[in-house]
Write a protein that binds this ligand. Structure first.
Ligand code: CMP
Length: 139
């Protein structure tokens, strides 16, 4: 059993596709074990994406991520990190397979609707960035 951190980004909340995104995970048998809506400050977004701090898109990305509420969640299941990444599709929606979340809803590589941890090490730091163990409800 594995856990991953996923975020419905401000563009996903604004487009009112939160329920549809959750359904696309749930339809594949992935369990939601923690969920909340937050409005990140620029600093909190910068902390979350600090591995990208030297990338040219860092300032724009963290401004976007703090531009409106997000929905953060912990998802659980077998091989859930890879499965969530498959369901999301490629980072760049133009390269995302048909039927993936990003292919269906995203407009560009930055405003790409959804985030998912890219591996077990990221999941292990990203989950406690938003949730204490008490807020995660194993099913
Ligand atoms: P995410 O999966 O949240 O991980 C890092 C984010 O940076 C990514 O989704 C995109 O939102 C953003 N990103 C990655 N590459 C680029 C890029 N080339 N230009 C702009 N934003 C990017």
């Amino acid at each position: 059993m594995q856990r991953t951190l996923s975020i419905i980004k401000p563009d996903g909340v604004r487009k009112q596709v939160t329920g549809k995104v959750l359904a696309m995970f749930e339809e594949k048998g992935i369990r939601t074990v923690a969920l909340k809506m937050l409005h990140l400050t620029k600093e909190r977004a910068m902390g979350f994406y600090k591995v990208h701090k030297d990338r040219p898109f860092f300032d724009s990305l963290t401004t976007f991520m703090s531009s409106g509420p997000v929905v953060v969640m912990v998802l659980e299941g077998d091989d859930v990190i890879n499965r969530v990444r498959t369901i999301m599709g490629a980072t760049d929606p133009k390269k995302a397979d048909r039927g993936t979340i990003r292919n269906t809803f995203a407009s560009d590589i930055e405003k790409n609707i959804v985030h998912g941890s890219d591996g077990p090490e990221s999941a292990a730091t990203e989950i406690p960035y938003f949730f204490s163990e008490m807020e995660i409800h194993a099913q």
